[in-house]
Ligand binder design. Sequence first.
Ligand code: ZN
Length: 434
Amino acid sequence: MADHVQLFCDFIQKSPSAFHACQTLCEMLDAGGYAPLSENQAWTLVPGGKYYVTRNRSSVIAFAIPQTGFAHFQIVSSHSDSPTFKLKHSCEDESGSYLRLNVERYGGMIMSTWFDRPLSIAGRVLVREGNALHTRLVDLGRDAVLIPNMPIHFNREINDGFKYNAQVDLLPLYGGKDCKGMLRAQIARAAGVTAEDIVSQDLFLYARQPGSVWGAKNEFFSCPRIDDLECAYTSAAAFLQSEAVGHINVLAVFDNEEVGSSSKQGADSTFLSDVFARVGAALGATDSEIRAAIASSFMASADNAHAVHPNHPEKYDAQNRTFMNGGVVIKHNANQKYTTDAVSCAIFSALCEKAGVPVQHFANRSDVLGGSTLGNIANTHTSMNTVDIGLAQLAMHSCVETAGCADAEYMVRALTSLYSHNVVIGADGDIVIE
Ligand code: ZN
């Protein structure tokens, strides 16, 4: 049996940025016999075909068509990005005899967790070659910068709570002031180009720390970017080991969830609806047939959930609280921050039951404002029965997060059940699972 925690930790090491996560997923799809498509060219698709397409090289949608041709879609969506710091366009910043990097926040991280930790830099650069501009992924792949804490002697109240100023406290140290210009040269070397050819960049800090399994029975693991690459990895693993019979299986991983999804490649874009329309058209479906297929489709929006914190159980709802290693979490919210309703909860619970996977239910305390995720945003473009799910984890948006080892396996089994069974939605609220 595959050790999904170890495979996931390997996935994290290969995925320092959303661009690299997308590339790692594409490599898994290539190995699984999926053919790459381009959004910039017409598509010729055949029944039984397996394909994938990227947008911005940071979001990817893969699909497997059954031998019987066009049908409804069964989708798992997740996100490729994580909270981090982005280097500004001009980022080298002298301070005394030091050279710092000027960065801005990407998403809502727990800032204190980024201090005193050697960090690296990864992302993409645009490179000029004659009249052409080419994208190159780049990863320094070594510890290169660090955001130092103030000593407690200058900040006696640090343990009573501290308000961080992102422009003052969070700038990483890169070297001495004699190192000016070196970042561009080192990025260029890592990208295999010359510094003069780099036109622009999307570069981010990341922690290189490898995953670690720990606990009395080795029941927990910790590593960077568990939210939401754990769902991206487990959904890809389930997708690749499933066969689409009677429906089209879809794996969707979107960038920019951490900053609201409203980019050309985020869940709030046309990416998913464009893919559905083009798959239908390429397989000879009419507009009406495509709309009928979407209305009959089912999506699991997979983004990690909160496990009860061992030191603060009072923060969680009394009945709807979830724990690590307790199984896949179904998320509920009356105000539809989560898309789950009785229909989608029933469908997903039945799929988990068929796979022998335990299910837990999460809702926030009524006096706590929760987060939102992909499902309700994607539904504004492609509306269908959708359930919000995830795995219970600790310290969401910390630089290093923690989750349960048994849960990764549970998620792969639950999503394999979703991809392998045929969810037939006959009419509003009437479903058969074959
Ligand atoms: Zn997330």
